[in-house]
Design a protein around this ligand. Structure first.
Ligand code: NAD
Length: 359
């Protein structure tokens, strides 16, 4: 049988398979690239159908983290860990500490943090075994829940897009359609309302949508209707792949700026958006606020330093859009290009250092 997951193996530096039979821990840690610094990335706990699904997720997500960290200007590389299992039934102190023990054995090449299925409190447990963990609860002096930071970054990205399209980074008077009002989406709606933008929202959780609407005066539409909303910016903040060959022809927006990971179903969808004259701000630049917040919290967390670093997302998005214009490529490709250039520049530096050592 062919090993399909090897297609996703992109010169990853190290992939570690871990077991702790006593706790049932089965984890995969993928270190994609450490050229710019230690690999930083969350730990996802998920009931994967197969170990191969888990491996593919770890390989893809860790590569994405390399690009995200480089574009955010962090002195970090990209990595990701996945724990195979249902977080609601399998998460125990032993399992989290066994995981921490393995992270510790990597000696700082990988720094873990929370992700889907894990929480800042879990990271506090992991920290009993290793110092190589970030995103601890704010009560313990850590950076805490990254969602408000992610929403702040999405706002900055929207400002860059507004400046690019309309010559001013002002968002008041604009209409934004937000798909998914969970932790990030609801915080984003609050910020947009405060700045004078109108919001149209949807969520599978009707109660959550109604609550956000009551608080911020948003209009609520159906799950499928969100694609037809006449708006300035469409903001995917739910799941991935919401931009695809079925939805893109329906969109009635000038730009897409959202928090969801992997918004494009395929790379061709970036070209489909160009063909429709819709400006797409690449998700891994837009949603970096959370990881920037976590990175700032390595060592000791400072909220003002974090805010300044997150606000730089406005510059990062502007740079990507300018690169896309300069080379006549879509913004997704432009973002990958900018990230690879930044990694290559540092890579050369390390090669010289290696040569000096060899002499
Ligand atoms: P969340 O689970 O709190 O919120 C997601 C919301 O989307 C939920 O309210 C859910 O009911 C809703 N939803 C699910 N499917 C939907 C659909 N088809 N249509 C409309 N709504 C739907 O998650 P979150 O932390 O707010 O993250 C949102 C997205 O942003 C995710 O894709 C996540 O990976 C990404 N992201 C989050 C962070 C962060 O800091 N939390 C950082 C980077 C990226």
């Amino acid at each position: 049988m062919p090993v399909y997951s090897m297609r996703d193996f992109d010169d990853h530096e190290q992939v570690v398979f871990c077991r702790d039979p006593a706790s049932g821990l089965k984890a995969i840690i993928a270190i994609h690239n450490t050229v710019r610094g230690p690999a930083l990335g969350g730990c996802r706990m998920w009931d994967y159908g197969t170990e191969e699904d888990a491996l593919v997720d770890a390989l893809r997500l860790s590569r994405g983290m390399t690009y995200k960290a480089a574009l955010a200007g962090l002195a970090c590389g990209g990595g990701k860990a996945v724990i195979i299992g249902d977080p609601s039934s399998m998460k125990t102190e032993r399992l989290l500490r066994a995981y921490g023990n393995i992270i510790d054995s990597l000696g700082g090449r990988y720094i873990t943090a929370e992700d889907v299925g894990t929480t800042p409190a879990d990271m506090a447990m992991v920290s009993r075994e290793t110092q190589w963990v970030a995103g601890l609860p704010s009560e313990l002096g850590g950076s805490g829940d990254p969602s408000p930071a992610t929403a702040r970054g999405v706002m900055n990205a929207m400002r860059a897009v507004a400046e690019h399209l309309w010559g001013s980074d002002e968002l008041s008077g604009r209409t934004v359609a937000v798909q998914g009002v969970g932790k990030v989406g609801s915080s984003l709606v609050a910020r947009l309302t405060k700045t004078g933008a109108a919001t149209v929202i949807t969520d599978v959780d009707q109660i959550a949508a109604e609550r956000v609407a009551a608080e911020h005066g948003s209009e609520v539409v159906g799950l499928d209707e969100i694609y037809d909303v006449d708006c300035d910016i469409f903001s995917p903040c739910a799941l991935g792949a919401s931009l695809n060959e079925r939805t893109i022809p329906r969109l009635r927006c000038a730009a897409i700026v959202g928090a969801a990971n992997n918004q494009l179903a395929t790379d061709e969808d970036a070209d489909r958006l160009v063909a429709r004259d819709i400006l797409y701000a690449p998700d891994f630049v837009v949603n970096a606020g959370g990881i920037i917040n976590v990175a700032v919290g390595i060592g000791s967390y400072d909220v003002r330093r974090a805010a300044t670093a997150i606000d730089n997302i406005q510059i990062a998005v502007s740079d990507v859009l300018a690169t896309a214009d300069e080379y006549g490529i879509n913004p997704h490709r432009a973002a990958v290009r900018v990230a690879e250039e930044r990694i290559d520049r540092i890579g050369t530096l390390h090669r010289h250092r290696g040569l000096r050592r060899a002499q």
